[in-house]
Design a protein around this ligand. Structure first.
Ligand SMILES: [Zn+2]
Length: 223
């Protein structure tokens, strides 16, 4: 295991190199990273090992194309792999990306195949304990999630609600056809509560560092 990174057995069972970053993580070299803009574009890896296009919120990689990653500081990182791990994707999902459909776009980039066989892990993100949103945010999410939003929100004060972003991601992954047994999550990992392990934009503001999360496809000679 790469030092300072959190791994999960749902991906580990496939033999996929992957990790969710912590403060202690040393960035692995040559990870292709897009410039994130809270949209739904999925980048690929070009011949120089860089994200193409540069601006994207998910990045897909195939056999021989090397590791890909995204960075977060409260938003939800999702790492996913096709059944044989010949294709992998790293997805950055905040409320804007979720409302716009970035999770669907990222999973679709793994190719046709059976969604039931895709494996996905939800990484450290701001928890429902620490994340309050207002009516415009809820309105945008309602358009995409409809009733699914109710399971992920809890009343706080008038015009606001506490939002469980990770639960919303899980709802989306189910809706896309992933099997419950193939969706994992790093538990007890609120980025804002856990100052020791994680960076948090909501806690540290503009000074906040970023956590890097990466995944690498299996090469065909490993198969
Ligand atoms: Zn918290």
């Amino acid at each position: 295991m790469t030092r300072g990174f959190l791994c999960h057995p749902v991906l580990g069972a496939l033999g996929v190199e992957h990790g969710f970053g912590t403060r202690a993580a040393r960035s692995p070299s040559r990870v292709a990273l897009p410039r994130q803009v809270h949209g739904t574009v999925v980048a690929t890896v070009d011949s120089k090992g860089e994200a193409h296009p540069e601006e994207a919120d998910a990045i897909v990689s195939g056999a021989g194309e090397g590791p890909v990653g995204i960075v977060t500081a409260d938003c939800v990182p999702i790492l996913a792999a096709s059944a044989d791990a010949s294709k992998v994707v790293a997805i950055h999902a905040g409320w804007r990306g979720l409302a716009a459909g970035v999770v669907e776009a990222g999973i679709a980039a793994l190719g046709p195949g059976d969604a039931h066989e895709i494996r996905a892990v939800i990484g450290p993100a701001i928890g429902v304990c620490c994340y309050e949103v207002d009516a415009p945010v809820l309105g945008a999410l309602r358009l995409r999630f409809d009733g699914g939003l109710d399971r992920a929100t809890f009343e706080s004060r008038p015009g606001h609600a506490r939002l469980d972003l990770c639960e919303l991601v899980r709802t989306e992954l189910h809706a896309l056809g992933l099997a419950a047994s193939k969706i994992g999550a790093i538990e007890n990992a609120c980025t804002r509560c856990d100052d020791r392990r994680f960076h948090s934009y909501r806690r540290d503001g503009a000074e906040s560092g970023r956590l890097l999360h990466f995944i690498e496809p299996r090469s065909s000679d490993q198969a």
